[in-house]
Design a protein around this ligand. Sequence first.
Ligand code: AMP
Length: 638
Amino acid sequence: MQTYADFHRRSLVERDAFWAEQAQRIDWQTPPQQICDTSRPPFARWFVGGTTNLCHNAVDRHAAQRPTDRALIWVSTETNQERIYSFAELQAEVECMAAILREQGVGKGDRVLVYMPMIPEAAFAMLACARIGAIHSVVFGGFASGSLATRIEDATPALIVSADAGSRGGKVVPYKPLLDEAIQLSSHKPAKVLMVNRGLAAFEPVAGRDLDYAAARAVLQGTRVPCEWLESNSPSYTLYTSGTTGKPKGVQRDTGGYAVALAASMDYVYGGKAGETYFSTSDIGWVVGHSYIIYGPLIAGMATVMYEGLPIQPDAGVWWSLVERFKVTVMFSAPTAVRVLKKHDPAYLKKYDLSSLRALFLAGEPLDEPTARWISESLGVPIVDNYWQTETGWPLLSVANHIPGVAPMPTRFGSPGVPMFGYDVRLLDENTGLELTGADQKGVLTIRYPLPPGCLQTVWGDDERFVRTYWTGISGQQVYSTFDWGVRDADGYTFILGRTDDVINVAGHRLGTREIEESISSHPAVAEVAVVGVADQLKGQVALAFAVLRDASRAATPELAKALEAEVMKVVDGQLGAVARPARVLFVSVLPKTRSGKLLRRALQAVAEGRDPGDLTTIDDPSALAQAKALLAPAVPA
Ligand code: AMP
């Protein structure tokens, strides 16, 4: 039996042969002429000349062979509804949605922005775009008008698909007012908005712009819309993610490389089989939702569970009830959700028959050992951590235990695992750029050119930003930086030690501290602000804001400070969404800076986490940290 290390080595050394084999997992209308075009580093083009279609591979090819098998299982504990679509039914809905888009003039290369709650129509919209070669850009429903406006501005969509409202914990969250405001804020105006009316929140359609989905569906149901065969490198979607600047980046994905990478990962990493059921608890607004709610499971011919609701509603057994009912074999979630469940009665885990479940995969944020142990012991199945990013589209570190002829590897608590096939991962010294090969050396986790299939092609509309952001950071070397610190143990297992940049991770959601700072600064009372991510037992990290006021008397008493803090939080809620709201906004008279004026965020973070802030010889005003410390004493739990 081969070792995984041998298998991994071959994926790099015999790169083209390896990926040519993997490419056979999907249908091509024209086979690729070249496996990987590396003529223009750091750009890579996969399966050049091959033509294929994501929707064909996710839906049509299964509908042709197993039309009545389940494809999409939708359950909402918010509205107490559920709908199940077979592959044939899913294809019919997607074709109808594609017909609606086509009738509005949407075609190949046009952008369609999807701002939707977790309802089947969101999946139809994504797949319909893939079908006709339009580029979808899904914006997380928890984002508010400011975040949405930035994305509309950057993606310049021809059409937006949205809904009247989402619902969270039984509370209706109207989407339409946020969308209308975002369109108003954006200089780009989409010609059309397709509205799915769930009957949750009344709204006034904009004449000439807003279309009713149900009415259009009634007219176009049954229309056949063939899949558009696309060259493998045609963009399939963009997905915005936070970085170090206030402006989110549109991560752009291709078509063929993405389909192949997902198909390979569904088999080798997740061990999912056609005819079985996959349940990922993420949201379509995040990369996990794209790869492992929609495309991955469907490409593998599995039924996928799309769940709208909280993990604890109607009670903390709801997920397990779905596992039992739909005989889920592979499940995917995030550590924060497990930490939430851990606070509830463990009896919920014993109440249901979970014998179908083979493994639970967790990703999106560091998985702490107590959480991993608790859920592993409670479920009695392997817990598999996997590390990746919006940019990579599929796991970069994990264990791949479903490769025929390859010996399985044990998981190791605290480590997501080893580099996945196709990823040439190196730990580099931040300053010298030299490779760190020994155990326990902390470095920046990087990937050597070329990135494997499925990873980002570029930053939407900004090749230069793609090169500058990801490929030039480490002493001029052309390596892709993940912006994560890592360390390896003697057996090659990598441990992730946090971000090297100003990105924070709140409950598995990636947020840029700069975006939050910009939002807070827009409050007229605020002169200056620093936002840092601080360790939190439940959410991994939370954002803490330290603000200097134009007029300190606005926070002169605890009551005034409390009221102003609430006001500032409301600004963030309104602009970015509650997901980005800081846990606290603390008012200080000065922020810690170097004498040259550079904000010492890391020192602030250290103080907030009760750690030693390190070398402070360059600090301009040492009282700044003392102030922060004094304010935090009662605010931050140990
Ligand atoms: P996102 O692009 O939203 O998926 O966020 C990616 C970032 O989340 C990574 O760069 C890491 O900082 C963090 N992350 C994702 N998965 C893991 C994991 N399994 N362990 C530790 N950190 C993770």
